[in-house]
Design a protein around this ligand. Structure first.
Ligand SMILES: [Zn+2]
Length: 46
């Protein structure tokens, strides 16, 4: 899920999976669809 964060007076869109920041919501959602960094999701490994 993409989350929004305020930084330096700008809104950024953050990939919850890997924490990468984007200045465009579409870029963030598109990235997240293909983001396979499962190290940030420990429940996956249990
Ligand atoms: Zn990501």
């Amino acid at each position: 899920m993409v989350t929004t964060t305020e930084r330096d007076g700008m809104t950024w869109y953050e990939c919850e999976t890997c924490g990468m920041l984007f200045d465009d919501r579409d870029d963030a959602s598109q990235h997240e669809e293909h983001c396979d960094d499962d190290s940030a999701d420990p429940s996956y490994l249990q």
